[in-house]
Design a protein around this ligand. Structure first.
Ligand code: DQA
Length: 140
């Protein structure tokens, strides 16, 4: 199976960025853990700080992949364009947030993406990504 993991703005700084909120592990390091857990799954990882590049990736893989795991960072709370892209493709998506956005500032409580996703995982740290992959490769 093929799964796209998509990280949005500032998530390239994971490990260095506000470690009390986001932890001190880099995503590239964490990716090795997920790859080891799912040896039969082709995991494609893409990170961008640019909205249009995230949209291009959704278009590129959104018709033939088995799932998209998306943490769009702050674009979650602002981007109708990313929501439209998720709505345009056929591949199911799961939205992930490392922090519990509902325990934070009120502007993080609303997501434009959630209605276009099968489900949402928030506040479980990096583990949220593996749970999302597990769901997307299952036949549920
Ligand atoms: C985040 C939460 C967002 O509100 C924030 O803008 C991020 C990271 C998370 O994973 O907890 O960049 O998506």
């Amino acid at each position: 199976k093929k799964i796209l993991i998509l990280n949005g703005p500032n998530l390239n700084l994971l490990g260095k960025r506000e470690p009390t909120i986001y932890g001190n592990r880099s995503f590239v390091d964490y990716l090795k853990t997920i790859e080891a857990q799912f040896p039969d799954v082709q995991l494609h990882y893409f990170q961008s700080n640019h909205e249009g590049e995230l949209i291009d990736k959704i278009h590129e893989h959104g018709f033939d992949f088995d799932g998209i795991v998306i943490n769009a960072g702050a674009y979650t709370h602002t981007s109708i364009a990313i929501a439209d892209a998720l709505g345009a493709v056929t591949t199911p998506a799961v939205e992930v947030h490392i922090s519990n956005v509902h325990a934070r500032e009120s502007y993080r409580h609303h997501s434009y993406l959630s209605p276009k996703c099968k489900g949402v995982i928030v506040g479980l740290g990096l583990t949220g990504y593996e749970l999302a992959v597990r769901y997307l490769i299952s036949d549920e």
